[in-house]
Design a protein around this ligand. Structure first.
Ligand SMILES: [Zn+2]
Length: 118
């Protein structure tokens, strides 16, 4: 069976099943335990479906908010709700763009340029 992102939550159950296979639940946090890319500022979960690699947090928002998986938006982590960078509970994420993400990381001190602001 070819696994592709569908238009409805029901059609994405095979994708969600794959995600849950590599996750553990801590309270209301869905912690990704599968493959991790730590090449950026923060580690993030990744999963390969049909030879395409997806960022888990972005895939989560994509499925639950019915967004298109593309580079026009970012899945940002709501740190006031959740301290797990690998959590993919859509309620702990929000849709942002590059400027909100950079602003957030500077505010949190995790952006590589934030040292200049201290
Ligand atoms: Zn969380």
């Amino acid at each position: 069976m070819i696994l592709v992102l569908g238009n409805t939550l029901e059609s994405n159950i095979p994708v969600l099943t794959r995600l849950w296979k590599h996750s553990s639940v801590k309270g209301n946090h869905w912690i990704w335990t599968g493959a991790i890319d730590d090449g950026g500022n923060k580690p993030y979960g990744k999963i390969t479906i049909n030879r395409k690699t997806y960022i888990v947090s972005r895939l989560s928002l994509c499925i639950f908010l019915k967004l298109k998986y593309n580079d026009s938006w970012l899945a940002c982590h709501n740190d006031s709700l959740c301290g797990y960078t690998l959590c993919w509970n859509p309620l702990h994420l929000y849709v942002g763009d590059k400027s909100t993400n950079t602003y957030d990381s500077i505010k949190k001190g995790t952006h590589y340029k934030s040292l200049k602001f201290k």
